[in-house]
Design a binder for this molecule. Structure first.
Ligand SMILES: C[S@@+](CC[C@H](N)C(=O)[O-])C[C@H]1O[C@@H](n2cnc3c(N)ncnc32)[C@H](O)[C@@H]1O
Length: 249
């Protein structure tokens, strides 16, 4: 059974892309349940290495950060900071709008926007979106009582380590969790075609990771998550996606 942790088919209706969370055509949304499973598998590996406590999670191909934002609602207490970067500036603009929904002022702005749409068009979809936004607000009120989640976004090519280092500005990465392009909806932007893009990504991330950091990559079967400096610590497959968790040797 591929799902070990996100085993229950929870009702993810409030998280649907385009309802409260923002989406745009051409910016694929990573499934909420799968990102939760990947994250919990990373936490299990951390626990096996004696590591606990809230962590800093980074996605260097974050797209519109839909998946990171939904992950935050599900796993707030396990997260201290969420960081995203992408080579596409429009994706970062979309990601900023989604990260804003992790704050009460940002979510209140979204609620006001949906209320305006509902008044103007009286559509059932807007009424449902308002209901979801209010339910997310109730949850966010509880979550932010414990702590505020820090977020950080920047524009960068994942294959340029120096640019990543500048964007991260000394922040320590505990978990990298990413859904890399596989050509169906998004493609790699790659300057050097001599080496596979996933290898180049791992090479570029290598010096930026905390000791015992975990790198979880979801890709299609044609892309191998291999690099001599990393060892695979877990892998699983769900549908067409293969997920590999690695650590630096
Ligand atoms: C499959 S999408 C990620 C979608 C995201 N998981 C979500 O749920 O919104 C892959 C992303 O990789 C980005 N990408 C492609 N080449 C890149 C590169 N060289 N550096 C950083 N990001 C890149 C694309 O712009 C795209 O946003």
């Amino acid at each position: 059974m591929p799902y070990q942790f996100a085993a229950d088919r929870e009702n993810y209706a409030d998280y649907a892309g385009g309802k409260v969370f923002h989406s745009l055509p051409g910016y694929p949304a990573f499934p909420v349940r799968l990102v939760s499973e990947m994250f919990q598998r990373c936490l299990a590996v951390r626990a096996a290495h004696g590591l606990s406590g809230p962590c800093t999670l980074y996605d260097p191909c974050c797209g519109g950060a839909y998946h990171l934002s939904t992950l935050a609602y599900g796993h707030w207490d396990d997260l201290e900071m969420l960081i995203g970067s992408d080579v596409d500036e429009q994706a970062i603009t979309l990601a900023r709008r989604n990260f804003a929904l992790l704050t009460l002022p940002g979510l209140d702005d979204r609620i006001a926007e949906i209320e305006t749409l509902l008044k103007r068009y009286c559509k059932p979809s807007h009424a449902e979106a308002l209901e979801s936004a209010q339910s997310l607000r109730a949850r966010l009120c509880q979550l932010t009582q414990a702590h505020n989640l820090q977020t950080h976004l920047f524009h960068a090519d994942v294959m340029r380590s120096q640019t990543l280092q500048e964007g991260l500005d000394g922040r320590r990465i505990d978990i990298v969790l990413t859904d890399v392009p596989y050509g169906q909806h998004t493609t790699w932007q790659i300057a050097d075609t001599a080496r596979p893009p996933v290898w180049q990504m791992l090479e570029s991330l290598r010096s930026l990771l905390a000791p015992d950091a975990i790198v979880a990559v979801a890709s299609d079967k044609s892309q191998k998550v291999v690099h001599a400096d990393y060892r695979a610590v877990a892998h699983f497959q769900i549908g067409k996606r293969r997920i590999v968790l690695s650590m630096v040797r």
